[in-house]
Design a protein around this ligand. Structure first.
Ligand code: G6P
Length: 474
């Protein structure tokens, strides 16, 4: 039986299956996996995750009890849950990604969405089933008094469900996203909003990446549940139970990241990129192709910068790398298309025979992204709203001289803001001006700022993040 367990929708690895049935394993993407992968594996923590697609389902079928590590893969202790595809699809795509993600990142086009009707009732039912499947698996795997760390908006109901099943456990929930203010959170149907909050309050400890998101969660508990919140001591009391609220920022394991970024595959991407761009200055961005990342406004800002500063024509290249994400959702496919259209407009207006002002790649891979970080002069991170944003922290670890242009709406701004050029993500002219300021920043200032960014980014590596939460459950 296990004494420490982690549960999340996406696990540390995913599988693809080829036509001849052969399975290939690759590392999962996104902030949660980047943060947790190293620590969970190293410390023998049992990780429980969902099978996301056919490749994962095939892997689960070959693994006794869903234990991928028992089927000969070097993943660390890992159990994958084969939740029926239709249930998974409704829970992951319709509820988690199209509803809870949209609410917490303030992404709705309000005059038209959301619409909560009978279709949503069915989707919500599936979200309950999916959370229940996790609660059941955790209840089976956890030793007496074990500590269980439930991750993110996919699993808001699991803590309360698990507590009902196994009151001996010590349960934490952690949100890797922002949290919405009550006026926006209450777009959700009232009973759903309450169920989400009460689900998380089923934990002993509810963690957030910044004080801002923790306060917003407490605001929602007060406004929608009539709970009592202790703002200073950070706790919420509801129906006689108290849940402690924790703020645990997540940073980067600088040494491990640097080691990975020095491997030959990254070095050869660096050489190829240098060959492509010559000695021009580089403005780099790296994201999931994600609505909240604000890629289109970033491109519009770059276009404004080029219009305002002809002296930079031919001397700068914007590398915009994004890797595909959530393409089952039409909004994401449309967004990717609109990113491509904005890029094309820049090409049409500014490209010359010997200068490509923009290199956009919406299918990027990890080693190439690491190569781009190492070469960056400017890193642009301008999300509409973001729980933390690890790109803002990875960049200064890998680039010796990058200046960071950072959205004030990213959780990372709480720690990195003083050393970055902070922008309002909706203000494209302001962002264009910051790009210029970042490019012309004197060498000694950019190196001094980068050193301070590096220190702030690596102050709370995932090991400390995990340890602080386990301590909070002790
Ligand atoms: C964010 C979320 C993670 C999620 C990741 C990637 O970082 O907080 O929970 O795993 O995005 O999204 P995906 O839908 O591909 O898992």
């Amino acid at each position: 039986m296990n004494s420490v367990l982690v549960a999340s929708n996406r696990g540390p690895v995913s599988f693809t299956v080829s036509d001849d049935g052969e399975l290939t394993m690759k590392r999962g993407g996104g902030g949660l996996v980047s943060g947790l992968s190293g620590v969970a594996k190293g410390d023998g923590v049992l990780w429980v995750c969902a099978a996301l697609a056919d490749g994962d389902r095939s892997a689960v079928r070959m693994a006794p009890g869903g234990r991928i590590d028992h089927a000969g893969y070097d993943t660390g202790p890992l159990r994958m849950l084969d939740i029926p595809p239709a249930v998974f699809h409704r829970a992951y795509n319709a509820v988690a990604n199209s509803t809870l993600w949209f609410v917490n990142h303030l992404l709705y086009d309000i005059p038209n969405a959301p619409n909560f009707g009978t279709k949503f009732e069915r989707e919500w039912e599936s979200y309950r089933d999916y959370n229940g499947a996790f609660a059941l698996a955790l209840a089976e795997e956890a030793g007496h008094g074990a500590r269980v760390m439930v991750q993110d908006y996919h699993l808001t109901l699991t803590p309360a469900m698990l507590r009902a099943e196994r009151p001996d456990l010590r349960i934490a929930h952690f949100s890797h996203t922002p949290w919405a203010p009550p006026e926006y959170f209450s777009l959700l149907p009232d009973d759903v909003a309450r169920e989400v909050l009460e689900g998380i309050l089923g934990a002993d400890h509810a963690g957030f990446l910044t004080d801002r998101w923790a306060q917003a969660f407490m605001d929602c508990c007060v406004a929608l549940l009539g709970a009592e919140a202790d703002r200073v001591g950070r706790s919420v009391t509801h129906e006689g139970r108290t849940t402690r609220i924790g703020v645990h920022s997540l940073g980067v394991d600088g040494a491990a990241l640097w080691e990975r970024a020095c491997e030959p595959d990254v070095e050869s991407h660096m050489a190829a990129l240098r060959e492509q761009v010559g000695d021009r200055r580089l403005i780099v961005r790296i994201d999931r192709t994600e609505l909240s990342k604000n890629i289109v406004r970033g491109l519009v800002a770059y276009r404004e910068f080029l219009a305002a500063h002809p002296e930079w024509h031919g001397r700068v290249v914007h590398l915009a790398f994004a890797y595909p994400s959530r393409h089952d959702l039409p909004e994401y496919r449309e967004y990717t298309a609109s990113v491509q259209r904005s890029a094309q407009e820049i090409e049409d207006e500014y490209a010359t025979e010997d200068w490509d002002p923009l290199i956009l790649n919406v299918n990027d891979d990890y080693p190439r992204s690491l190569a781009a970080y190492r070469l960056a002069d400017v890193l642009l991170v301008n999300p509409i709203r973001d729980g933390m944003n690890l790109v803002a922290k990875e960049g200064p670890v890998l680039s010796p001289r990058c200046a960071l242009v950072l959205s004030r709406e990213a959780g990372a701004a709480a720690e990195l803001g003083p050393h970055a050029l902070v922008v309002n993500p909706y203000d494209v002219s302001g962002t264009a001006a910051a790009l210029h300021q970042a490019l012309v920043m004197p060498e000694d200032e950019r190196r001094a700022r980068r050193d301070r960014l590096h220190a702030a980014a690596t102050a709370l590596p995932p090991q400390k993040w995990l340890a602080a939460q386990l301590d909070a459950l002790a």
